[in-house]
Design a protein around this ligand. Sequence first.
Ligand code: ATP
Length: 312
Amino acid sequence: MNLVEATGLVKHFHTGHGAVQAIDGVDIAVREGETLGIVGESGCGKSTLGRLLTGLLPPDRGSVRLLGEECAGQSRRALRRIRPLVQVVFQNPYSSLNPRRTVGRTLLEPLAVHRIGTPRDRAARVAAMLERVGLSPAAAARYPHEFSGGQRQRIAIARAMMLEPRLILCDEAVSALDVSVQAQILNLLAEMKREFGLSYVFISHDLSVVRHIADRIAVMYLGRIVEVADRQRIWSEPRHPYTRALIASVPRPRPGRPKPAPVLHDDLPSPIDPPSGCRFRTRCPVATPSCAGQAPVLEKMGADHACACFHA
Ligand SMILES: Nc1ncnc2c1ncn2[C@@H]1O[C@H](COP(=O)(O)OP(=O)(O)OP(=O)(O)O)[C@@H](O)[C@H]1O
């Protein structure tokens, strides 16, 4: 079953330089209990898509159905009912936690806003959740600056869990952490998913991170999904030249070997004036003149695998 179903999503941001085509024709679903990874270079539209899929941002066009309910075009009041089911963990726990509030107050707040439980129940829930994420209940009396980066991300996860959500958007949630701490947080997220039957939309520019946590991976390029498949298939049988380039650029340290040359040399073209037809064609090693015409659409390449490339 699908927890989220998005079709025909378009989101442009109007700036002094023109309209940024952040999302331009995306169809994607998030299945119940899955982790959907979204990867792509910085500026491809990952965060915008994550915010659209979780109802945090309204699309210009298209539909987002969350648990069967249409989010697009709904009033704030109507959205308030489904909001608690969707929570977010951002990249930077330093800025996403209020430095002037104790951890306990931060965790209590969502319960108080939604009038859940008595004050005593709420305090017990906070203590239990702190323990669940690997912190002491005594952490409730302390302030964010007293914790390390990894601990703060545990607090952010605890806060996201307080309202028993069905879906958590993790936007570069481990990108600011050291590799060993990243692994601990990824393990915690995986445990929480199993235990609470959660789904995640997991956004990262780092394919090697997404590979560890995602069940399915959607690869984005300039506002569009160019390939989507289960994680093994994306890794072992990538069909889109952009996916191949991303995989080739994942560093695989081999002692004594020189570092490979970068695969994606040029910068991402401007999302204000993207290339016609296939948007990747200006950087693509297999592009032909016909790629400048029609834009390729996602076509089925096998079970649970789709790719938008004329040469796939
Ligand atoms: N509020 C906004 N106003 C104007 N442009 C925006 C806004 N939000 C995003 N953009 C632009 O939309 C495009 C997609 O941004 P988005 O943050 O979704 O990409 P991303 O892949 O998540 O990149 P990053 O990893 O750098 O956040 C970028 O060109 C960005 O500058």
